[in-house]
Design a protein around this ligand. Structure first.
Ligand SMILES: Cc1cc2nc3c(=O)[nH]c(=O)nc-3n(C[C@H](O)[C@H](O)[C@H](O)COP(=O)(O)OP(=O)(O)OC[C@H]3O[C@@H](n4cnc5c(N)ncnc54)[C@H](O)[C@@H]3O)c2cc1C
Length: 417
């Protein structure tokens, strides 16, 4: 491949930035198109910070539809639904339900584990250029705790090849993490995986942006919105932006939830839907007992991670359309959930609330690689694990764009309607 090939990457979130870096390293000349004045101001801003390479099970699973109905009626339940007059919401839910079976879950989990492993290796490779300390990376380990015997037994019954994980019964789950002292009496058990990490996704994006701008093959970042993808004779000819036309040899769509509208301008139908989530960033002071291990409260669907001097608490899956306004009632719910599990972990009064839209596919598998247009590529739909998968997805994309075989079969990661 000639090293003069130009690519326009649309979207400066964690996935677009990682794509830009891996394409630069693969020999492409890159232009980044980001509509906001700064990078990573959308879903990549204040997410849960988990680099969860092994805990990748899709949201769609056996029993989830029944559970979802119960959650809708719980005061602080993890799920909300507001019907929209948009066929994409209903189609997404129908496809999601079709994936709520053991076979589909196992198939997608296997693929996501491959992508997770590639992501772990790719981040290690990036470390040569970007020290992990620049974005608060910590090998925190991940402890998933279960309140009900039933949920705990169900997860133990699932086949898991991970030899490193430790199964902890009852209060033992709290023994390795003192911040769980208040929750301990309510726990059936937990599973600890020492290999998982946490980091600050926003800091990662800013650090990566710096490396991208300094790269000899980087051309420019245009802070303007892409509006329309123009196609002719099976290929993209140009992108219309708010600042005029941009053209290149290749185009990568990595614009988070907005990818579906942009793709639609080229008659591509992306099965992604915004799953709105919330986070709290609460300061940790000397009197607090914050968790060092990253903790997931399985039944409450709440994640706790220490990021620098703050505790990041994230949760909620709200199907309420493309709307990232902060609903005070959901923030109050999240504070109640956090206080109930870890009352002394941080100063929740001073917590800053944030809401973001996970660009999710019905089976939780991102879409990476070619499209029916020979120079248009996708890196979209990373849902709840976009930070985790960003480096692996970018490396996979760059491999394919160089014309090489991906390290594993794409299967459910390939473009689909
Ligand atoms: C509450 C919450 C917690 C989460 N926790 C975790 C976690 O712990 N671990 C994890 O791995 N993942 C987590 N995620 C998921 C993760 O944050 C997302 O999957 C990831 O940020 C998606 O990245 P992205 O680059 O695809 O999208 P985004 O970050 O949304 O970036 C898309 C970019 O495209 C730009 N853009 C949009 N339209 C246009 C246009 N027309 N022209 C130009 N630019 C455009 C946007 O401005 C934006 O900068 C969480 C998400 C939420 C909401």
């Amino acid at each position: 491949m000639s090293n003069r090939r130009q690519v326009v990457v649309i979207g400066g979130g964690v996935v677009g930035l990682a794509s830009a870096w891996w394409l630069l390293e693969a020999g492409f000349r890159v232009t980044l198109l980001e509509r906001a004045p700064t990078v990573a101001s959308a879903a990549s801003y204040r997410n849960g910070g988990q680099l969860s390479y092994r805990y990748v099970s899709p949201l769609a699973d056996v029993g989830v539809p029944k559970k979802a109905l119960e959650w809708l009626f719980e005061k602080d339940g993890p799920l909300r639904f507001r019907p929209e007059a948009d066929y994409r919401q209903w189609r997404w839910m129908a496809q999601f339900l079709r994936n709520c079976n053991a076979e589909a879950n196992a198939r997608t989990t296997a693929k996501l584990l491959e992508l997770g492993e590639l992501s772990r290796q790719s981040l290690a490779q990036l470390e040569i250029n970007l020290p992990l300390s620049e974005f608060g990376w910590r090998n925190a380990g991940k402890l998933v705790v279960y309140r009900s015997e039933e949920a705990f037994k169900a997860v133990l019954d699932k086949h898991d090849t991970d030899r490193n994980r430790a199964v902890l019964w009852g209060r033992d789950a709290a023994r390795i993490e003192p911040a769980l002292i208040d929750l301990a009496p309510k726990l059936a058990g937990g599973i600890f995986n020492p290999g998982e990490a946490v980091a600050d996704c926003y800091a990662f994006c800013l650090a990566l942006e710096k490396r991208i701008y300094a790269h000899p093959r980087f051309e420019r970042c245009m802070h303007t919105a892409a509006r329309t993808i123009f196609v002719e004779k099976g290929k993209v000819t140009a992108i219309e932006t708010d600042a005029g036309w941009v053209s290149a040899d290749h185009y990568v769509l990595a614009a988070g939830i907005k990818s579906r509208d942009l793709a639609a301008t080229a008659n591509l139908d992306l099965p992604i839907y915004p799953l709105k989530g919330y986070s709290l960033t609460a300061p940790i002071r000397s009197e607090h007992v914050a968790p060092n291990i990253s903790v997931t409260d399985f039944e409450r669907k709440t994640l706790f991670a220490r990021i620098g001097n703050d505790l990041r608490v994230s949760a909620m899956v709200d199907l309420v359309g493309e709307n990232n306004s902060i609903d005070r009632r959901r923030v109050a719910s999240l504070k109640r959930l956090a206080r109930e599990s870890m009352p002394n972990a941080a100063d929740y009064e001073e917590a800053e609330a944030w809401a973001g839209l996970r660009p999710a596919t019905p089976n939780s598998a991102p879409i990476i690689g070619p499209t029916p247009y020979r120079n248009l590529w996708l890196n979209v739909g990373h849902g709840p694990l976009g930070f985790t998968f960003a480096c692996g997805s970018a490396s996979l994309l760059a491999t394919m764009m160089r014309g090489n075989e991906p390290p594993f079969a794409l299967d459910c990661l390939a473009y689909r309607k």
